[in-house]
Design a protein around this ligand. Structure first.
Ligand code: ADP
Ligand code: GLC
Length: 492
């Protein structure tokens, strides 16, 4: 039998408590899958103002962060994650985390974010040893947890409790690196000698993620394709050389689908249950969605989007392609929020085509299920996509993804062509160029597929038969942890 491990997740978001996107869903589902495999996983996150009172548990210890001479005090709370019961450590400090936003206001990021997330890491390093539970592996997610990786591999290297504990760093999105002006470095408590171009300095700024990429024992990202892409100039967001230099220690492990939440046979949010064998309920879900969004209940192709509205997601490309397709009769439903300019453009197009484009600006989990279930197609024209979760939900719900072939979209969607349609493997419509023209042509191919009901049924059922459950991914992470814990160190 494999050794059961103590695993500490260091992460800034976890569903259902605090979420701005896929990271929180992954932290929730992966921690609970690893727990199902018998590991003792615990999740550490800041005790944000947004956390409901009942999730805050009790104070188990005082903690203090030694910023190299300057000491800041806080408290460590312990509670558990609603649903899975995974134990939580919450780092409390009103000044840093008792604010309205998680990372900032609508107008700007908090200027002291580097200090806030260094406080988070320093507090865990200080307080956890007193609790007696020692992780066999620390798994840091995204730049907010980069300071933890950096401290473990620098100031805490010789610490009797922390020494020899391997660190995994996972990149969920390379676009956010925790990059701040050099003058803020002194307030982080990170050893000054790391502020150089080899480690934590990038174009004169401090770059927290670069430090973690340099120092963590193993690096992962959330799809095999993205793991390769980020080693190239086009997708490396300035860090491709650093990533390429660690290519042996960098693996891509695909995210999964939390089937307890996303299963069309038992989804409390949708109008009728359905499955690959009994797909009839899907038509009721489509009519329900059309009604709910104020669109005519008509037999036309319906495209859905559930997305953060940012440059990454390529929604601007779609907005250029959309009007002519709406004019031809297609319908589109969009749920999302983000960049005010994009929100404005989306509303403007919907104002011109009120019977064809229905928009809800905001975050609405229940509506996201209805869109995934009721649409014929799910649009994801992403410029880059580390993994993407919604296309996997769509596949499970017989909603054909229309995606740009990048990152996790490349790894999870089998492009429709004569061969793949013939051998029954096609699951989606794919395109490559980052242009409005390519998005439009992909929509046209989707609309053509929609008119060929036999072909559509084959593509749908191939998608519904795919298994993207977390079990496989959790197994891959568990073997990585096992290898690291066994040898107490770096993979490359
Ligand atoms: P990212 O993390 O880049 O936003 P993912 O596809 O990995 O992309 O995850 C996004 C998650 O957030 C999905 O589960 C999606 O359904 C959800 N989501 C995004 N926007 C909204 C929204 N406006 N309302 C409800 N859920 C949303
Ligand atoms: C990021 C990526 C997304 C990925 C998610 C969870 O937000 O943009 O592609 O699925 O992290 O790993």
């Amino acid at each position: 039998m494999k050794k059961k491990l103590n695993i500490l997740f260091v992460v800034s978001e976890v569903s259902p408590l605090v979420s701005t996107g896929g990271l929180a869903e992954v932290a929730q589902a992966l921690s609970s899958s690893l727990r199902d495999r018998g590991h003792d996983v615990r999740v550490a996150l800041p005790c944000y103002h947004q956390l409901p009172e009942e999730a805050r548990g009790t104070v188990v210890s005082a903690c203090s962060a030694d910023f190299g001479g300057r000491r800041v005090r806080g408290a460590l709370r312990a509670s558990s994650l609603p649903g899975s019961g995974v134990p939580l450590y919450l780092v409390e400090h009103d000044g840093y985390f008792g604010r309205q936003g998680v990372y900032g206001t609508a107008a700007h990021e908090y200027p002291d974010n580097a200090e806030r997330f260094c406080f988070f890491a320093l507090s865990l390093l200080d307080a956890l040893p007193r609790g007696g539970w020692r992780p066999d592996v620390v798994h840091c997610h995204d730049w907010h947890a980069a300071p933890m990786a950096v401290f473990l591999r620098s100031r805490w290297l010789g610490d009797p409790f922390w020494s020899g504990v391997p660190v995994v760093f996972t990149i969920h999105n390379l676009a956010f690196q925790g990059r701040y002006p050099a003058e803020r470095f002194a307030a982080t408590g990170i050893p000054e000698e790391l502020f150089n171009d080899r480690c934590m300095r990038y174009e004169g700024d401090m770059n927290l993620m670069k430090g973690a990429i340099r120092l963590a024992d193993a690096l992962t990202t959330v799809s095999p394709r993205y793991a390769r892409e980020i080693q190239t100039l086009d997708y490396g967001a300035g860090l491709h050389n650093e990533l390429a230099s660690r290519s042996e220690g960098l693996t891509g492990i695909l995210n999964g689908v939390d089937t307890s939440l996303w299963n069309p046979e038992r989804d409390p949010h949708i109008a009728a249950p359905f499955s690959g064998k009994h797909p009839e309920g899907k038509a009721a879900c489509k009519a329900d969605l059309q009604r709910a969004m104020g669109l005519p209940v008509e037999d036309v192709p319906l495209f859905g989007l559930v997305t953060r509205l940012y440059w990454q997601k390529g929604v601007d490309l779609l907005l250029d392609a959309l009007p002519s397709r709406l004019a031809e009769g297609a319908q589109c439903v969009l749920l999302g929020s983000g960049d005010p300019d994009l929100e404005g453009r989306v509303m403007e197009v919907s104002g011109r085509f009120p019977r064809n484009l229905a928009v809800r600006l905001g975050y609405d989990a229940a509506l996201s299920h209805r869109i995934i279930a009721g649409s014929d197609f799910l649009l994801m024209p992403s410029r880059y996509e580390p993994c993407g979760l919604t296309q996997m939900y769509a596949l499970a719900y017989g909603t054909v993804p229309v995606v740009r072939r990048t990152g996790g979209l490349y790894d999870t969607v089998v492009p429709l062509n004569t061969r793949t349609l013939g051998n029954g493997t096609a699951t989606g419509v794919c395109f490559i160029p980052q242009t409005a023209g390519a998005v439009g042509r992909a929509m046209d191919r989707a609309a053509a597929l929609w008119t060929d009901k036999d072909a559509l049924a084959r593509v749908r059922s191939a998608g519904m038969a795919r298994d993207f459950s977390w079990e496989r991914s959790a197994g891959e992470y568990a073997s990585l942890y096992g290898r690291l814990a066994g040898r107490g160190g770096r993979v490359s």
